[in-house]
Design a protein around this ligand. Structure first.
Ligand code: ANZ
Length: 766
C-alpha cells in the first residue's frame, strides 16, 4: 500500500537538498509570471482557503515549465499591519518575534503542500531592505504632490485605536459602519492625516481597465467604486441677493423640470439663513447617521428656507429647501430637484406640496432618468446622451453652467496610529515645515510599548529619543504615524523580481528597469475578490505612478486575474469563531498533500465557492492509491503498443492540454481518472504513455509522481525536467465533437456530443 507520509517526507527532503525549485531566468525561453496574493503570516497558520488559491497557480506554473517557459512563481509575507499586531497585543508578544515565528510555521506548511516556490525569491514587507523602497516610493509620491497632510473627517475606530481608509470600512447587517478587520464600530472624526491623491488617477484607473484581461464582474466592481459621473454644474441665482447656488447634475437635460433646489445640511447658504426653526430641524437630522437618511427608501425630510432661486433659463421662481438626502461631500452639496426624473425628488415634492413642473407631455411621471425633455424646443426628441451633451453646450454658451466630471472615489487616507507599519520618512521643523528623511530605510524603532494610546496618538509618539532629532543645530520631530498594511502590497510583485538571494536590486536602477521590461505585467494573478477595491485598486495606482516616473515600462501590473471561490463548511464560510476550520496540515497527515491538492482542484471550477466534503477527500485518497496500485501491478514496457490504448492516450493528452490551458483543472483530473480506468484493462502498459500521464499528474500531485517516476519508470532525474507530452492528431479518431457552452461570453461548460446529433437533442443535454 502506498504510504503517503513516507513518500512525501522523502521528496520534501530531496527537493530541498537539491534546491529543485530555485528560480533562474532563462532568456532563451518566454517568461511566465504566476502570482499569488501573499498571505498575512497570522498565528493561525495556513488555512484551506490558501490551499484553494495557491494550488491552481502551482499547477499552472508546473504546466508552463513543462511547456518550456521560464516561470516565476514566488511567495512572500505581507507581515506588517493590523492582524499581526492585534494578535501580538492579545498574546502579549512583540510583533516582530511573533511574525517571524508565524512565517517559519507558514513555510513548513507550504513545504508540506509541495508548492514549487523558490525561497530565494521570498519577500517580507517588514524587512528593512524591503520597506526602504516602500518609503522611497512614498517620498516620490510626496515630491510629485501626490501625498499631503490634510485636515479631514476620518473613519476613526476606537477599538483598533486607528483611522481606516474608506475601503476598510464596511456596513454591517444593521447598517452600522464597522471595521473590515474585527467588525468594530467606526465613527467620523476630524483629524490631520496623510492622504495619497489616488483621485488624480481616477480616469486612468477606469480607462486602462480596457488593457487587462479581467472578468467583467471584477472590472465593474472597480468602476462602480471609482464612480465616474459625467454631468454639469448649473448656477442658480438667489432672489434678492448676490448669492448663487451651484448644483451638480448628471442629467442636465432635465433642466426644464427643476421644481426646487435642495441643499445639504451644512451648505453655506443654510448657515447664512439659519433661524431657530431651521436650527431645530438640523439638530434632528444630525442625530441620524448619514446613511440612515440618504438611502433610497428612507423618509425624505426637509425644511423650506423661505427664499427663492431663479431658474436660469425660464426665470421662474423656485423654492429652496434643506433636504436630508443631499450629501455634503458629493458634488456641490446641492441638487436641482427634478420630480419628473428622480424618485427621491418626487417623494420630497409631494410631501412638501412643491409645485411639480412636468416636462413630459401626456405622460405619467417616470423615474430614474427616464425623463425626456419635451417642453424644450432645442432638446426635443433627442436620445438621452445626446440631450445631455446639447444641454451642457447650451449652459456653456449662456454661461449658466459647465461640464463637470465627478468621482465617488476619495483620496486614500494613508496614516495609521499604530506601531507595526512602515515609519514615514518625514520630519517636521518647529513651524511644521516638512523635511524629507533621505537616509533610507528609516528603521522602525524597537519598543515593547506598542499599545495604541486610544486618543489618536501613535505608539511611536512615546519614543521621545526617536521622535526628536537635531539636524545642523535645528530641532525636528519625526512623523509618528505609520503606513497602512496596503503599502507593502502595492509593489511586492516588483520586489520579487528584484530579490536576489538576501539582497534587492535597486528599484530605480537601469538593471531593474530591464528586468521589469522582461517580466511585467504579471501573467496570472490568483486571489480573493475581497481585494477588488483595496489591494487591486491601490496597487494599480502605485504602478501607474511608477510608470509615470519611468520606473516600470507599462501601465498595468496584472494582465489576468482569477478570483478563487471560497471553501464552505456546512454552507458557511470557515472561521475560527464558528469552529468549522479544516487545517490543511491535518489533512496532509491523514490523506497526503497530493490527495488534498487533487481534491481542491477536483471540487469544481476555481471561481466557484464549494463545500468541503470528507467523502470527497477520502475518495481522492483512494484514487491516489489506485494510481499507485496500477503501476505496482502492471508491467511497463518501452516498445509495447496497442492501437486501442494508443488512441485513448493521444485523446487524453489532447483533452488534458486544452483543459489545462484554460484552468479547467477539474476536467483535467476527470480525464486522468478515465485514462487510469482504461489502463487497468491491460496487462502491459507502454512506457511513453505512462510517463506522459505522470507528467500531467505531477502538476497536481508532485510527490507520488516523483515516486512513480523513480520506482516504476526507473528514471533518475526529477519528473519536473520533462517536456509537456505531445499528442498526434492522426492517432485520434474523433467520433464525438466538443461543443463549448457560453454564458455571457464565458465558456461555462464543454459538452461532448455525438457527431450528427440534432439541435433539439443538444438542448436536452444542457
Ligand atoms: C437632476 C436629476 C434629474 C438628477 C434626474 C438625477 C436624475 P451620480 O450619477 O451618482 O453622480 N445629486 C447630486 N449631488 C448630490 C448630493 N450631494 N447628494 C445627493 N444627490 C446628489 O448622481 C448624480 C445625481 O445625483 C445628480 O443628478 C443629482 O440629481 C443627484 F432625472 O440632478 B440629478
Amino acid at each position: 500500500m502506498y504510504n503517503h507520509n513516507l513518500v512525501e517526507k522523502k521528496w520534501r527532503k530531496i527537493w530541498k537538498d537539491s534546491r529543485l525549485y530555485t528560480f533562474k531566468d532563462d532568456l532563451n525561453k518566454p517568461k511566465f509570471y504566476a502570482l499569488d496574493m501573499f498571505p498575512y503570516p497570522s498565528g493561525a497558520g495556513l488555512h484551506v482557503g490558501h490551499v484553494k488559491s495557491y494550488t491552481p497557480t502551482d499547477v499552472y506554473s508546473r504546466f508552463k515549465r513543462f511547456q518550456g517557459y521560464s516561470v516565476l512563481h514566488p511567495i512572500g509575507w505581507d507581515a506588517f499591519g493590523l492582524p499581526a499586531e492585534q494578535f501580538a497585543l492579545a498574546t502579549k508578544n512583540h510583533p516582530s518575534s511573533f511574525t517571524k515565528k508565524n512565517i517559519d510555521n507558514f513555510k513548513i506548511q507550504i513545504e508540506q503542500l509541495g508548492f514549487s516556490f523558490d525561497s530565494n525569491k521570498e519577500v517580507d514587507t517588514t524587512d528593512p531592505q524591503f520597506y526602504k523602497w516602500t518609503q522611497w516610493i512614498f517620498i516620490k509620491l510626496y515630491e510629485k504632490g501626490l501625498a499631503e497632510i490634510k485636515n479631514i473627517d476620518v473613519n476613526w475606530c476606537p477599538e483598533l485605536g486607528t483611522v481606516l481608509a474608506n475601503e476598510e470600512v464596511l456596513t454591517d447587517d444593521k447598517g452600522n459602519k464597522v471595521s473590515e478587520r474585527g467588525g468594530f464600530p467606526v465613527v467620523k472624526k476630524p483629524m490631520k492625516q496623510w492622504v495619497l491623491k489616488i483621485t488624480k488617477y481616477a480616469d486612468k484607473l477606469i480607462d486602462d481597465l480596457d488593457l487587462v484581461n479581467w472578468s467583467n464582474g471584477l472590472k465593474s466592481i472597480q468602476k462602480k467604486w471609482i464612480g465616474k459621473s459625467v454631468g454639469a454644474i448649473v448656477k442658480f441665482k438667489v432672489e434678492n441677493s448676490n448669492d448663487e447656488i451651484e448644483v451638480f447634475t448628471s442629467r442636465p437635460d432635465t433642466i426644464f423640470g427643476v421644481s426646487f433646489i435642495g441643499l445639504s445640511i451644512d451648505h453655506d447658504l443654510v448657515k447664512k439663513n439659519k433661524n431657530s426653526e431651521i436650527e431645530k430641524f438640523l439638530n434632528k437630522i444630525n442625530s441620524l447617521k448619514e446613511y440612515e437618511r440618504t438611502s433610497i427608501n428612507s423618509e425624505k425630510e426637509g425644511i423650506n428656507l423661505k427664499i427663492n432661486a431663479i431658474h436660469p433659463i425660464t426665470n421662474k421662481k423656485i423654492p429652496i429647501y434643506v433636504c436630508n438626502y443631499v450629501l455634503s461631500n458629493y458634488g456641490n452639496g446641492a441638487i436641482m430637484g427634478v420630480p419628473a426624473g428622480d424618485k427621491r425628488d418626487f417623494d420630497f415634492a409631494k410631501k412638501y406640496n412643491i409645485e411639480i413642473i412636468n416636462i413630459l407631455k401626456d405622460k405619467e411621471l417616470p423615474f430614474e432618468g427616464d425623463a425626456k425633455l419635451i417642453n424644450s424646443d432645442f432638446l426635443n426628441n433627442l436620445e438621452t446622451s445626446k440631450a445631455i451633451e446639447e444641454s451642457i453646450k447650451y449652459f456653456e454658451e449662456k454661461k449658466i453652467g459647465k461640464k463637470q466630471v465627478n468621482f465617488k472615489l476619495k483620496d486614500w487616507l494613508f496614516s495609521r496610529q499604530r506601531y507595526w507599519g512602515e515609519p514615514f520618512p518625514v520630519l517636521f521643523d518647529e513651524n511644521g515645515k516638512i523635511l524629507i528623511e533621505k537616509n533610507l530605510p528609516l528603521l522602525l524603532p524597537k519598543t515593547n510599548d506598542i499599545k495604541p494610546s486610544g486618543d489618536g496618538k501613535s505608539p511611536l509618539a512615546n519614543l521621545v529619543d526617536w521622535v526628536n532629532v537635531k539636524i545642523d543645530g535645528k530641532l525636528y520631530k519625526r512623523e509618528t504615524n505609520t503606513m497602512p498594511q496596503w503599502a507593502g502590497s502595492c509593489w511586492y510583485f516588483l520586489a520579487y523580481l528584484l530579490k536576489d538571494g538576501d539582497k534587492y536590486i535597486d528599484l530605480d536602477s537601469k538593471e531593474a528597469f530591464e528586468i521589469f521590461k522582461r517580466w511585467m505585467p504579471v501573467d496570472i494573478y490568483i486571489g480573493g475578490q475581497e481585494h477588488a477595491v483595496l489591494h487591486l485598486l491601490y496597487s494599480r495606482f502605485w504602478y501607474k505612478f511608477l510608470y509615470d516616473i519611468k520606473i516600470v515600462p507599462n501601465k498595468e501590473p496584472f494582465h489576468e486575474i482569477i478570483n478563487q471561490g471560497m471553501i464552505l463548511n456546512n454552507g458557511e464560510k470557515m472561521s475560527k469563531s464558528k469552529g468549522n476550520v479544516v487545517n490543511p496540515s491535518d489533512i496532509v497527515v491523514s490523506h497526503g498533500a497530493d490527495a488534498l491538492r487533487l481534491y481542491m482542484m477536483f471540487m469544481g471550477p476555481i471561481t466557484a465557492s464549494l463545500p468541503w466534503e470528507e467523502s470527497g477527500i477520502d475518495g481522492m485518497y483512494k484514487w491516489v492509491q489506485r494510481v499507485y496500485r496500477l503501476f505496482e501491478s502492471k508491467e511497463i514496457i518501452k516498445d509495447f503498443n496497442n492501437l486501442e490504448l494508443e488512441k485513448k492516450y493521444h485523446n487524453f493528452i489532447k483533452k488534458a492540454t486544452s483543459f489545462m490551458q484554460v484552468f479547467d483543472f477539474n476536467l483535467v483530473i476527470s480525464e486522468m481518472m478515465i485514462f487510469i480506468n482504461e489502463c487497468y484493462k491491460y496487462d502491459f502498459l507502454n512506457y511513453e504513455y505512462m510517463l506522459g500521464f505522470i507528467i500531467v499528474l505531477s502538476c497536481f500531485a508532485p510527490f507520488i509522481s516523483e515516486e512513480i517516476n523513480e520506482v516504476f519508470l526507473k528514471n533518475k532525474t526529477s519528473i519536473t525536467k520533462n517536456e509537456w507530452p505531445k499528442y498526434d492528431e492522426s492517432k485520434i479518431i474523433e467520433d464525438k465533437i466538443k461543443l463549448p457552452i457560453q454564458i455571457n461570453g464565458k465558456i461555462r461548460e464543454i459538452l461532448e456530443i455525438e457527431k450528427g446529433i440534432k439541435e433539439q437533442e443538444i438542448y436536452k443535454l444542457v
